[in-house]
Design a protein around this ligand. Sequence first.
Ligand code: ZN
Length: 133
Amino acid sequence: MANWTKHHGIAMMEAAVGLERGYWGPLSATGPGACRACFESERKRNLSDRGQDLEERLQEPTPWSFGPSNTVVAAWAAHDILQYLACGRCPTLGARSYVDFTSASVTTVNGPASCLCRTDRTRDAALPEGNGT
Ligand SMILES: [Zn+2]
């Protein structure tokens, strides 16, 4: 999905909410910034050993959902999407914001400044001329 949206010039935002934490971003769009695959690759490379261990072990869906937490993350995601549509930039363009509901804190982590995989250029070169626009 993420590669399809980038290839077709469609911006995409992802978000998720757990029991104590949630995140939104990156907003992946055409132009500057990395694709989702490059963002995830760098994010995983920067995880601590404990972070990598937790991510591998904690793959189960949350046992229940807490509406207010979902609303907070959805509202922040909607804010960034609308800001991007209005002016072409937002805090999570190529970045991910994490909210920790236990401490009421928000942290934003930037992704790579540019796409490193070059998948789109390879795919564009493989398309017949005049296709893909
Ligand atoms: Zn990429």
